[in-house]
Design a protein around this ligand. Sequence first.
Ligand code: ADP
Length: 327
Amino acid sequence: MKQKVTKIGVLTSGGDSPGMNAAIRAVVRTGIYNGMEMYGIMRGYSGMVENDIVKLESRSVANIIQRGGTVLKTARSKEFFTPEGRQKAYNNLKKLGINGLVVIGGDGSFRGAQIFSNEFDIPVIGLPGTIDKDIAGTDFTIGFDTAVNTAVEAIDKIRDTADAHDRLFVIEVMGRDAGYIALHSGIATGAENILIPEKKTDVEQMVAGLQEKEKRKKLVNLVVVAEGDGVGGGEEVAKIIKEKLPNQEVRLCILGHIQRGGAPTCIDRVIASRMGYHAVECLMEGRYNVFVGIVNNRMCYTPIDEAVKKKQKINDEWMKIVKILSS
Ligand code: ADP
């Protein structure tokens, strides 16, 4: 297993996130600096299975650090779920002599990486690329800061129009299983309520709170809902509020995919660069099958096996802060 890594394949997989390009650039340039051959695997695990792999030079990753999306494209590969698909992928890597892999993606991509690294003798390093920030073992994931800032900018604009008309706005942000975008963007924009998948929402209590604010003629009421909250997403929440508070003018805004795009923020570019650099260092030092995170501003390496078992936890204090600050 511990042969020297000389040829590295890099791929982006699952949901895209802003900053993936900065990570690709960092991996490729650090590898080349250390005398390695670098390969880009197109469309996540699909490219590995279908042998869609291209040689990358330093110039190949020029002028991408500022761009959202991913130049390697991303995909969800059904074939990679099967042992036959993974065997094909392995054979393709072997043919090219690729003996190290960097996977940039979310927890699903890590699960794929975990299975692959347990089956075959190619070490894998994971980089957390997801706007959801739902991976335990790191304070940052590549793309979260950009996505949450996009949401904040949009909600600020909604606040202006909500204020002009005295309307109540329900805003749905991304997060099927994780509420971090909702929690952060909601706190940053002064939302009254934030509904997230990790906490059960007491609908009666939420309505009572909004009713009380209606009586006090509070000027702006914003309810931020993660798409995967327990009540049923923004649409359902808006419907319930309309039914229970017929005097309120309720509007719904679903932010959707704008949260995935756009130029990565400085934070995302910097963490992507640091993580990409350390992914190659890990492969050189023989620190295999880990994902690279940052905790308390230090690099932190968690076995991929462990990473896929744990979820980030949301501290109860966050919800208390939301309640007190919106009163
Ligand atoms: P994300 O990385 O954004 O969470 P997904 O959950 O869609 O994205 O996973 C991306 C890809 O990772 C899947 O399409 C599949 O190819 C691979 N993958 C995920 N889970 C597994 C698994 N249990 N076994 C094999 N491959 C997997």
